[in-house]
Design a protein around this ligand. Structure first.
Ligand SMILES: NC(=O)c1ccc[n+]([C@@H]2O[C@H](COP(=O)([O-])OP(=O)(O)OC[C@H]3O[C@@H](n4cnc5c(N)ncnc54)[C@H](OP(=O)(O)O)[C@@H]3O)[C@@H](O)[C@H]2O)c1
Length: 272
């Protein structure tokens, strides 16, 4: 079973854009709530505080699943491995659980960085590897290049965006998807269906959104600084949406509301 589907790792706590005390307070609350999958990245510049919180939690290291991501500026033979060693140092870990390539390279040539990612496993720097922001075509290409399973493609995934092409590529390649912008940074709450279904299930609107993601066998990253939202986002495994409810939420994907696009991330690929 892919790592994000083991234990309680299907619900991860994302750390972007948190830093300093705001990060420490939110992450402590998340760990107290029960989150053990934690998502950070070199780009977030918060690996050190993240590592400190993990260490200070007193929880055995092997109960956590720590994900970090190599930034494209480090996709270079001389920079890649030192950057991962620096991440390990900041996180105060001996090995990373899941190391992702944060973005496909700007020129679309995914081979060199994927080979470096494989090398990070060979050198014992990480246990698992994966990708982020890859298109369906890149997922298929990646399968031909990698020597090790890619345990995730972390992508924008929420009810206001149609990701059927990526879901089909995930089925085809066996590379599971993980969500980011899972509540579309709050935009989902403009749609009343989540409150309506929340009333039916005695859950909050946010919990309905996340359950819709989880039931598509997509693992979920959420970020919140609000303790009640942190707890709500974790407590989504004690109810289920029926097919009609799933389908009525899926109708919203026709909005094609994409948050992470070239206007904010110029190096983003042409999305599916
Ligand atoms: N791989 C990538 O390129 C990439 C890109 C973006 C993000 N990520 C990862 O994914 C994580 C999550 O994505 P994101 O933070 O961009 O988007 P998000 O989770 O959709 O939005 C976070 C915002 O939603 C609010 N929120 C969270 N849960 C809520 C709830 N239950 N009810 C109401 N509001 C809620 C939070 O406000 P409050 O603090 O007030 O709760 C916060 O402002 C990031 O932290 C990061 O780890 C990865």
């Amino acid at each position: 079973m892919p790592v994000y589907f083991q234990n309680n790792f299907q619900r991860a706590f994302g750390t972007w854009p948190l830093k300093d005390k705001v990060l420490v307070d939110a992450l402590k609350c998340a760990i107290d709530t029960g989150y053990r999958a934690i998502d950070t990245a070199q780009m977030y510049q918060n690996e050190a505080e993240t590592g400190q919180c993990i260490k200070e939690s007193g929880i055995p290291r092997n109960e956590f699943l720590i994900t970090t991501k190599v930034m494209p500026a480090n996709f270079d033979d001389s920079l890649f491995m030192p950057s991962v060693e620096q991440s390990l140092k900041e996180l105060m870990l001996d090995t990373i659980d899941v190391l992702l390539l944060h973005w496909p390279p700007g020129d679309g040539n995914i081979g060199p960085s994927l080979k470096l990612l494989n090398k990070a496993i060979d050198e014992g720097l990480t246990k698992n590897i994966g990708i982020s922001n890859y298109t369906a075509d890149m997922m298929r290409q990646a399968l031909q290049i990698t020597n090790y399973p890619l345990v995730t493609n972390q992508v924008e995934f929420h009810p206001l965006l149609n990701q059927d092409i990526l879901l089909a590529a995930s089925q085809e390649t066996g590379i599971p998807l993980a969500s980011y912008c899972s509540v579309a940074r709050g935009e989902v709450f403009k749609h009343d269906i989540f409150n309506q279904l929340g009333t039916t299930h005695n859950k909050s609107a946010g919990q309905i959104v996340l359950r819709w993601i989880m039931q598509q066998e997509v693992s979920v990253n959420t970020m919140s600084t609000n303790p009640s939202n942190i707890r709500a986002n974790y407590n989504i495994d004690d109810f289920s949406l029926n097919t009609a409810e799933m389908n009525s939420i899926s109708e919203l994907t026709s909005h094609n509301y994409r948050i992470v696009n070239k206007s904010i991330v110029p190096w983003a690929p042409e999305w599916d």
